[in-house]
Design a protein around this ligand. Structure first.
Ligand code: ADP
Ligand code: MG
Length: 485
């Protein structure tokens, strides 16, 4: 294994969240939930006589992504016809970009496990239109839904700079976060609005050039991308070591079997007969336009992480965790807006809420649909920070609010969980405990200091876990000292 290293380049397709399609005013709808063929028009269906018109919003969204990926935006770009036949492509060609893409020569720095960063070059990002969706039905027939046909699609292509499944995962996660921060894509791979396709080969330590690569499609989560790469790398190393070699091919991913499945061999380059799209003008992009779009870029993950560290005092690690997923960053900032202390809420979010989410298999991407809203987490954190409840009680209240969505303040009120911080109220209970535990008290006074913890435990139990630990500790210490006389 150590003689080999993986070589990976990613091709990522991201649908853009524009109001209308790439080349017409037909609305863009959710292609999973909308009724089939309800968002179609003559351009979408490629009817004879129709002409495409470029969607300016799509161009600007794509420019935003390019700029966020440190790309250059050349002074002009051009659409091109990519001809191939498939039932979900009604025109018989896809309008894409070929020789003159919108964005070129960028990079994205990814954070690795060991704390270092690595620069992955982005070769290009070009605009095209998505295809419809074929559904192959039992019974040997297919249905086609054209809602997705013509939806603006950005294809981002990296150089083969990625050398492990972990690096590919880090790249995909960071890119997904950037798309989410920009508001151009929600990153939901299970719905296919973001699709990550790794090109994979392996290199022997004595190699001077790349070996044959394969491509994996149909990956519906970042975790599957990671697993498919591990699987494919191992398969290729074995094939080379057995002298079988690797053939240029496209694989699918079988989620149930956790293995790649051969779809087709690619003996020769596909012949798409690209040529400039005659029905569309060349798109000229002035430096002023680029700067106007750049000025609209929101705060991106790296900048947000720095701000969380510098302004809110979070550790690099915590800040990194909070910015890594768009929805999590959004949730955290909503909790701050609800008035919670930044450090406390970061702790409760990372140490406790994520724990509950993991336990119940709730993906961090879905944090915005949990019952425990950011306002409720903020409410819980305030109860702890104001010493209304102690930590132990807060953990229980959090779990309850997680299940029911009830407001933590309400739960504390209804169940009478507010902690007892009044020394005057605590003293008689401590006196009872000390009387009942006379032997332990005598041993403690006789020098067994470590019995203090046990006595503290007895008192907390007598207070049904609601005692303010600091007040209990101080009062108990005081009362034991008084007994020494
Ligand atoms: P094509 O021109 O056939 O589309 P490209 O050279 O443009 O192929 O590469 C397509 C994708 O494959 C890019 O993401 C690139 O980084 C990646 N790639 C190219 N060569 C290799 C290789 N030997 N191993 C892994 N990935 C590769
Ligand atoms: Mg493409």
């Amino acid at each position: 294994m150590s003689d080999w290293k993986p070589v990976i380049g990613l091709e990522i397709h991201a649908e853009l969240l524009t109001k209308s399609k790439m080349f017409s005013s037909c609305p863009v709808v959710d292609s999973v939930t909308a009724a089939p063929n309800t968002a179609v028009d003559p351009v979408t269906l490629g009817l004879p006589g129709t002409l495409p018109v470029i969607n300016k919003e799509a161009i600007e969204m794509a420019m935003m992504v390019g700029l966020a990926l440190n790309c250059a935006i050349p002074p002009f770009n051009q659409f091109a016809r990519k001809s191939y036949f498939y039932p979900d492509l009604p025109k018989g060609y896809q309008i894409s970009q070929y020789e003159h893409p919108l964005c070129v020569d960028g990079y994205l720095d990814i954070d690795l496990e060991d704390g270092s960063t690595k620069r992955i070059r982005v070769r290009r990002a070009h605009l095209e239109e998505d295809t419809g969706k074929s559904m192959h039905m039992d019974g040997g027939y297919s249905l086609i839904d054209y809602n997705r046909a013509g939806v603006p699609l950005l294809e981002i292509v990296t150089e083969p700079d990625i050398n492990s499944a972990d690096e590919a995962e880090a790249f995909a996660r960071k890119l997904r976060a950037i798309l989410q921060y920009l508001g151009v894509n929600d990153g939901d791979m299970s719905k296919g609005v973001m699709r990550v396709e790794p090109n994979i080969s392996v290199m022997h330590k004595d190699d001077t050039g790349f070996r044959t690569r394969t491509e994996v499609k149909n990956l519906n989560s970042i975790r599957s991308v990671h697993r498919a790469i591990l699987y494919e790398v191992e398969r290729q190393i074995k094939a080379w070591e057995k002298d079988e070699g690797v053939r240029r091919a496209t694989f699918g991913w079988d989620e149930a079997k956790q293995k790649t499945v051969l779809q087709r061999y690619k003996e020769a380059a596909d012949e798409y007969r690209y040529f400039p799209e005659p029905d569309l003008p060349i798109v000229e992009i002035s430096p002023e336009w680029v700067e106007a779009v750049r000025a609209r870029l929101p705060e991106l993950p790296n900048a947000k992480q720095e701000r969380f560290m510098n302004d809110l005092g979070l550790s690099r690690y915590d800040a990194g965790v909070l910015v890594a997923d768009g929805p999590v960053a959004h949730y955290y900032e909503a909790a701050l807006a609800a008035g919670a202390n930044p450090k406390s809420v970061a702790n409760w979010l990372i140490s406790n809420l994520f724990g509950l989410m993991n336990r119940d298999n709730v993906d961090r991407q879905d944090i915005e649909s949990i019952k425990l809203t950011p306002e409720k987490l903020a409410s819980l954190v305030k109860l702890v920070d104001d010493s209304v409840i102690n930590k132990q009680t807060a953990v229980e209240v959090l779990a309850e609010s997680w299940e029911t969505g009830d407001d933590p303040a309400q739960i504390v009120e209804t169940k009478g969980l507010a902690q007892i911080s009044d020394a005057g109220a605590i003293q008689p209970l401590i006196a009872e405990v000390l009387a009942a535990e006379d032997k332990m008290v005598q041993d403690y006074l006789g020098g067994k200091d470590k019995l203090f913890g046990a006595l503290m435990g007895k008192v907390m139990k007598a207070l049904e876990g609601k005692g303010n630990p600091q007040v209990v500790r101080e009062t108990l210490t005081q009362m034991l000292d008084d007994m020494r006389g």
